[in-house]
Ligand binder design. Structure first.
Ligand code: GDP
Ligand code: MG
Length: 175
């Protein structure tokens, strides 16, 4: 697939972020509207496609899930390189996963430079009482760096559809 297969509105969306932040769960919620608490850790990199209709346009998202483990990092450059957008996920109840965003952003920057569409997604809003990263911190960090940002819960489904709608409409308008 080309980076942007414009005629067919095909876009590669890559998911990055620490192990356990909920990347696979967000994708599963979006695709199947379900949540599996016994979710196994993703091994390596996997992808799945989903067709959406946005403003009378058909768009096909190729969602690339990845494991956050150190041992798979050698796969990252090729994985990131031909993406149209990157979704970098952290867990709002784990400060460290927010601090590690910089590591993931550096991988992206190495492949795409500064001018690339990035979404920062804080997952697990259902764990609000365990929150370690405030919405204001997320907002500030994202605005400083010109990223779009979202808070979602793969568990309850809160905001997950809106996230993918927003991604799709930005991809359509950017071509
Ligand atoms: P990944 O390693 O980033 O793909 O993370 P997973 O999707 O495998 O999720 C890691 C763990 O977090 C699993 O036990 C999930 O059930 C749990 N999890 C994922 N999303 C949520 C969420 O929105 N809320 C809560 N409470 N747990 C979640
Ligand atoms: Mg996973």
């Amino acid at each position: 697939m080309q980076k942007n297969d414009l005629l067919n509105n095909n876009f590669k969306v890559c998911f990055l972020g620490d192990y356990g932040v909920g990347k696979t769960s967000i994708i599963t919620r979006f695709l199947y509207d379900s949540f599996d608490i016994s979710q196994q850790a993703t091994v390596g990199i996997d992808f799945i496609s989903k067709t959406m209709r946005i403003d009378d346009q058909i768009i096909r998202l190729h969602l690339w899930d990845t494991a956050g483990q150190e041992k798979f990092r050698s796969l990252l450059p090729t994985y990131i390189r031909d993406s149209s957008v990157a979704i970098v996920v952290f867990d709002i109840s784990k400060k460290q996963s927010f601090e590690n965003l910089n590591i993931w952003l550096k991988f992206i920057q190495e492949e795409h430079g500064e001018d690339f569409t990035i979404f920062i997604v804080g997952n697990k809003t259902d764990l609000n009482e365990l929150r370690q990263v405030s919405k204001e911190e997320l907002e500030k960090f994202s605005q400083q760096n010109n990223f779009s940002f979202f808070e979602v819960s793969a568990k309850t489904g809160e905001n997950v559809k809106d996230l993918f709608r927003k991604i799709s409409s930005i991809l359509i308008s950017s071509q």
